[in-house]
Design a protein around this ligand. Structure first.
Ligand code: NDP
Ligand code: GDR
Length: 344
């Protein structure tokens, strides 16, 4: 049976991918960071934390020696590099850290593969943030890149170094350009989960008003569990390549907020413009959403919408869950967690 390394198992995608690979019979080495309080809530929620074929390994992506030791110990067939400083907003405050982890980190793994076993297949978690400034709609594998954040710039380096190791050394380096994908396991700092958790809290009387940044940004949101399956398919292909995974539908943040509000029973209407915009529940006249410029970014990505046709044609991958279904799933989970006080 195959074995795989997943870096970033404490993150959203790492947890879902670990579950998928364990269900397929893989032995999984999932890496987590040494911190003062490691949190395994996601793999616990998926019921795999105690799985006999799951090995949790302390690891830091910024360390070459650690990367070599990780591969020597696991002797994997496949490495999925999901670890990153993945929050775009924070990358403006911590550009160096972001460059070191998100940009140079993958190079450590590629070097370790060259040294330990060049036959190991490598997946790099690339991102639609590399497209950044809108130059084509929808975006696909041929769209030029113009990242708009230190995170996007760092990911672009990681993408090209993966392509370069593919071309230079024949390493099976696949790069998945994934558009936003969400789930009940999404981190609370990202807008969809912030909104579904916020709406659940307002409904339960634990929060008065949800403060958000740019409501006009449009994103192509899919369901994370389906996207990690696309990652796996990329490493089963005959040749390494670059693939877009997306739904080909974009909605504004404002529309997602209205969808989540409706899911908990509010009837939200927006009034005002820019910083003065507010969301009012028509039934009670209460203001439950407010714009706070603190959440604006120095440079914004206005519209992301991806065309996943190549992945459908060559990998047989396509998204299934609608945004409405995804939003409901997230709201339900956040209502449940907020009722039981188990929200992370
Ligand atoms: P998360 O932020 O949920 O998870 C990131 C993981 O990386 C965490 O486990 C984190 O550990 C780990 N990590 C951070 N720094 C280091 C480090 N120095 N060494 C080792 N591990 C580290 O991200 P997602 O699961 O949402 O995304 C997975 C990957 O896919 C990321 O690379 C992200 O940039 C990329 N991506 C995500 C998309 C999305 O919409 N979700 C879209 C496109 C790309 P800790 O828990 O200790 O912080
Ligand atoms: P993104 O996701 O930057 O696309 O990166 P995020 O959910 O953080 O933002 C999406 C859009 O919503 C706007 N926004 C807010 N965002 C946050 N986080 N908080 C707010 O209060 C808020 N208000 C409005 C943002 O400005 C933005 O336009 C995610 C991450 O998972 C990356 O790692 C990944 O590469 C990309 O998706 C694809």
């Amino acid at each position: 049976m195959k074995s795989a390394v997943i870096t970033g198992i404490t993150g959203q995608d790492g947890a879902y991918l670990a579950k998928l690979l364990l269900d397929k019979g893989y032995t999984v080495y999932g890496t987590y960071r040494r911190t003062s309080s490691v949190n395994f809530w996601r793999i616990e929620e998926l019921g795999i934390a105690q799985h006999p074929n799951l090995h949790l390994v302390e690891y830091d992506l910024t360390d070459l020696g650690d990367s070599i030791r990780l591969l020597e110990r696991a002797q994997p067939d496949e490495v999925y590099n999901l670890a990153a400083q993945s929050f775009v907003g924070v990358s403006f405050e911590q550009p160096m850290t972001t460059a070191q982890i998100t940009g140079l980190g993958p190079l450590n793994l590629l070097e370790a593969i060259r040294i330990v076993n060049p036959k190991i297949r490598f997946y790099q978690a690339s991102t639609s943030e590399m497209f950044g400034k809108v130059q084509a709609v929808p975006q696909d594998e041929t769209t030029p890149f113009h990242p708009r954040s230190p995170y996007g710039v760092a990911k672009l380096y990681a993408h090209w170094i993966t392509v370069n190791y593919r071309e230079s050394y024949g390493i099976f380096g696949a790069s998945g350009i994934l558009f936003n994908h969400e789930s009940p396991l999404r981190g609370l700092e990202f807008v969809t989960r912030k909104v579904t958790d916020g709406m659940a809290k307002i409904k339960l009387g634990k929060l008065d008003c949800l403060e958000l940044g740019n409501l006009n940004a449009k994103r192509d949101w899919g369901y994370a569990e389906e996207y990690v399956e696309g990652m796996w398919r990329m490493l089963q292909a005959d040749e390494p390549d670059t693939y877009v995974l997306a739904t080909n539908r974009a909605e504004t943040v404002r529309n997602f907020v209205a969808m989540a509000a409706e899911a908990v029973g509010f009837d939200l209407v927006f009034e005002g413009k820019n910083e003065a915009e507010i969301g009012i529940d028509r039934r009670t006249g209460r203001t439950i959403v407010r714009v706070n410029p603190r959440f604006y970014r120095p440079a914004e990505v206005d519209l992301l919408i991806g065309n996943p046709e190549k992945a459908r044609r060559e990998l047989g991958w396509k998204p299934k869950t609608t945004l409405e279904e995804l939003c409901h799933m997230m709201v339900e989970a956040d209502l449940r967690r907020n009722k039981t006080g188990t929200s992370f």
